[in-house]
Design a protein around this ligand. Sequence first.
Ligand SMILES: Cc1cc2nc3c(=O)[nH]c(=O)nc-3n(C[C@H](O)[C@H](O)[C@H](O)COP(=O)(O)OP(=O)(O)OC[C@H]3O[C@@H](n4cnc5c(N)ncnc54)[C@H](O)[C@@H]3O)c2cc1C
Length: 446
Amino acid sequence: MKMMDTIVVGAGIAGLTAARLLHAAGQRVVVLEARDRVGGRMWTDRTAGFSVDRGASWIHGLTGNPLTELVTALGMETREFTVGSFQAGGRPIADYDESRRLLDDDATQQWTGDVDTADALLLLTIAESGHDESYATAAERTLAATGWEPERAERIRMFYRHRTEEQCGAEAEQVAAHALDEDTIEGDEVIFPGGYDVLPHALAEGLDVRLGTTVTAITRSPARVRVDTEDESFDAAQVIVTVPLGVLKAGAIEFTPALPDTVAGPIARLGMGVFNKVFLQFPERFWQNDVYAIRQHGRAGVPWHSWYDVSVVSGEPMLLTFAGGAWGREIEQKTDEEVVSSVLDSLRKIYGDSVPDPVAHWITRWGIDPLAHGSYSYVAVGSSHDDHDAMAGPVDGVLHFAGEATCGHEPATVHGALHSGQRAAERILGSPISLAELTQGVHPSR
Ligand SMILES: Cc1cc2nc3c(=O)[nH]c(=O)nc-3n(C[C@H](O)[C@H](O)[C@H](O)COP(=O)(O)OP(=O)(O)OC[C@H]3O[C@@H](n4cnc5c(N)ncnc54)[C@H](O)[C@@H]3O)c2cc1C
């Protein structure tokens, strides 16, 4: 049994932030991580010689975001790519109508104008919605209020469905009307040619991180905690648990005494969404130059509707598409070949049979990953953003939770997870801590 000041469970961005800040304040900290790598849902695959971010890839809005200073301080290279949050306009997108005709400038303007009009109405509808109403219900009330003809309304309806699939990893019927209230982007978005996981690797430098160490049980008493792993036990004054919400929902860690309703309630009520990525590397480019994304509108966009040109990251002709919600879970049961051929079917309907077979592909399956059980949390019907913050605890003054799911104002993001780690460390130390402490003595490790 080893006595520590604080044990941190999970070496994702939340856990590493908390551990680094506590370590900088002189605490004895150990980080217990089940995987054989740090970063959690920040995970860059470099096997092909370029970066493929299988988890997070975007900073969603540079303005007022603590990540901006952090990645600058670490010298991480970024590229502007402001379509990471399912925008309809703002940057060039090749939009295709239901008959798979490319929208001209006028039609594109009308489309983005329709999204803006509907969004303004949707905000008003949501403001009047209760916690038991779904995003789908709010969307239907909004579309009815527009008085638009069926086809015009259907295009927006599909856009809204894809919005919750992507932003929440869930269907519009499962997601609360208020779920995306916090989802505003301030400033440009950027991606990382060198891979986003440079950040967690840098934060892990110099910390005592035990990889391959799966926590199975946490027992607390008023003054201490015991954390059991598959092989040994650790003792500490405090513990910060940063495992994903899906892992807590699955009961993978046994808490003794059982978690109080103040924390167990939010864990049960919040949703854990599934959002998967499919990267296809092609022998040559067959789509337009200078577009950020390709988007198929309406029912023709089921199941694949958006492709992002990530050649800017890889230096190779490469498209990234997403599968969220029910479809995201469904593809996890398919073979790689089935998924790739399904994506190609959709692309060939737009660009014709000359679309070549890809030379390589990458497909994620976050829903069946036992150390994630999903991609990120969302406000499900019947829950609220307050549930995210309530989940953080602390319980009995010794058990803290952190991670994206515990951050009410920015859930499902890297910066939300970062904030939650900082908050947990501040609660333990009992005083505010500057994030500038994070970059002391670190440099990009790759
Ligand atoms: C496909 C995808 C795309 C995304 N895109 C973006 C994006 O572009 N921008 C953005 O801001 N966010 C994005 N996100 C969300 C972002 O990745 C997460 O919000 C953030 O990385 C979560 O960090 P965390 O520290 O809360 O959790 P994690 O990174 O999941 O860390 C938790 C750690 O706990 C470990 N663990 C689990 N169980 C145990 C156990 N029993 N014992 C010990 N360790 C355990 C896990 O292995 C993991 O390393 C995306 C997520 C996914 C999945």
